[in-house]
Design a protein around this ligand. Structure first.
Ligand SMILES: NC(=O)c1ccc[n+]([C@@H]2O[C@H](COP(=O)([O-])OP(=O)(O)OC[C@H]3O[C@@H](n4cnc5c(N)ncnc54)[C@H](OP(=O)(O)O)[C@@H]3O)[C@@H](O)[C@H]2O)c1
Length: 209
């Protein structure tokens, strides 16, 4: 698949590197793509560092959102012409101390963070994944054949569900589907499965408890 990695820091950098190693075509981007050439080189395979415009215009199969939550509004507005019908995997979390008032408003609202992203990227198909795992675990515990970590995910439709599941499994994690975006409250900061790096069985127990 062609994957646009929007925000290539701890989360986007680790995931893009894993996907490149799994054979995907990865486009790393941020506001400073010139700082991402080494990351792309180290990721190898078909990875490249490109500008934000280039990434969105590249007609990728899927986009990973791994930016600070506060960046969502502007990205959704700026690239509305590009992401229609695309799958967006949202790995972001609202942190008022970093993202300001808009993150507090989302936390206080009766909408999950993923539903906020889906509302902003209204013409895309949104999935939520990779927001509950620590970046060090994401970086260091991919491609395990035993003692796999489980990644919970939710999705808006069949297409976003299948693509997200495949991209989790391609890099050696177990994918645990929790349902539609309305179910993602338990994935949000400080909620039931947030920050829980664990295996499938334990994760499923936590979800059903
Ligand atoms: N760190 C964790 O353990 C962890 C775990 C799960 C989820 N998350 C969530 O994942 C997201 C990313 O976290 P992170 O730890 O990877 O952050 P990070 O290391 O600070 O990386 C953020 C990336 O986003 C880029 N960026 C910032 N503003 C942007 C904008 N307006 N447009 C495009 N790119 C922009 C940054 O590059 P430039 O500044 O050069 O643009 C950087 O490449 C956050 O929402 C975070 O809450 C983090």
């Amino acid at each position: 698949m062609k994957i646009g990695v929007i925000g290539s820091g701890k989360i986007g950098g680790a995931l893009g590197t894993h996907w490149a190693k799994a054979g995907h075509e990865v486009l790393f981007t941020s506001r400073h793509p010139e700082q991402l050439t080494q990351l792309a080189k180290e990721a190898g395979g078909k990875a490249k560092a490109v500008s934000l415009d280039e990434a969105w215009e590249a007609n990728a199969d899927v986009y990973l959102l791994a930016v600070p939550f506060k960046a969502i509004d502007k990205l959704a507005e700026l690239y509305a012409g590009e992401y229609g019908n695309k799958v967006i995997i949202d790995a972001t979390n609202p942190y008022p101390e970093r993202d300001g008032e808009m993150a507090q408003e989302v936390r206080d609202s009766n909408r999950n963070a993923s539903e906020y992203t889906a509302m902003k990227f209204g013409t895309a198909k949104t999935a939520k994944a990779f927001n509950t795992i620590y970046s060090d675990h994401l970086r260091d515990r991919a491609f395990q054949t035993t003692d796999k970590l489980a990644i919970p995910f939710a999705a808006q439709d069949e297409d976003s569900k299948n693509i997200t599941q495949q991209l989790i499994e391609d890099i050696g994690f177990d994918a645990v589907y929790i349902g539609g975006l309305e179910k993602t409250n338990l994935m949000d900061p400080e909620q039931k499965i947030y920050g829980k790096s664990t295996n499938r069985k334990h994760l499923e127990e936590l979800i059903t408890k």
